[in-house]
Design a protein around this ligand. Sequence first.
Ligand code: SAM
Length: 259
Amino acid sequence: MTEEDFYADRGRLAIYLEIEWSDYLYGRSSKISSPPNPSTIIVPPYFHIELSKYITRWGNGSRSYLEVGGGTGRLVYEVAQSLGSLENFCFVEPSQNFFSWAKRILTCNENLPAFPRVDSNADAQPVQRPPVVSKLRDSMLMLNQTLEELDPNLGTYDLVVSCNVLDRHPDPREFANILGRYVSPGGLFVLATPFDFHDEITPSEKQFCDLKDLLTAESWAILEEMELPYSWRKWSRPRTWVGFSCQVLAARRLDNNII
Ligand SMILES: C[S@@+](CC[C@H](N)C(=O)[O-])C[C@H]1O[C@@H](n2cnc3c(N)ncnc32)[C@H](O)[C@@H]1O
């Protein structure tokens, strides 16, 4: 776990539970099939569901999956169901707040407790809980750690994913360098970010604006580059939507070189 958990407060948990799990927690009133916009009232888990479809296509045949900074777990939940070849999962999330929700949603059969809503000071009872996916419940390695705290002998994975973490990191290039070492030769590396850097987290000289700048042509072949909308509502200002276009990059590792 990080020394200072940026995501420890109730408001951030409310925001992420909504953008990742609103279709279950709030019920199917959110329109999950359309890109998010303020008229849908509740933010749908559009980003994670859409991205999982692309990852499933790019990662066809992959057997192992590592996600770092996985939040409350929606992306791995979707990919585990749609990419049938996957049998070995590792989920890394340093925030104790997010990790404990990911753990109870992904690996426990029990009913979920009341959850914080973006639009209320009172917690709400979930309308539904997501059905547990047995291969995650039974075999996923869940680590409440930062990327930097991982055991370097963790091994390599066919599919390595990190979404919306780089712009919350003090040294995004170093983060990508370390994470890239966990991609098996021939494996797939998927990164996404809205480049919403904060100067107090990432010094301006460490900020950048194109994911392709992180990967060298000697070690990586770019498979696809695209944009996906990513939105959330402000805690206690639920009529204020914050919207981004996330750059998403999928690259194949060419060799054993370290990027
Ligand atoms: C903006 S949230 C994104 C959550 C989720 N991936 C998503 O796309 O909705 C950033 C996440 O990165 C995690 N994070 C921050 N620094 C990290 C690090 N050094 N190693 C691993 N995860 C980190 C945070 O705890 C948080 O869950």
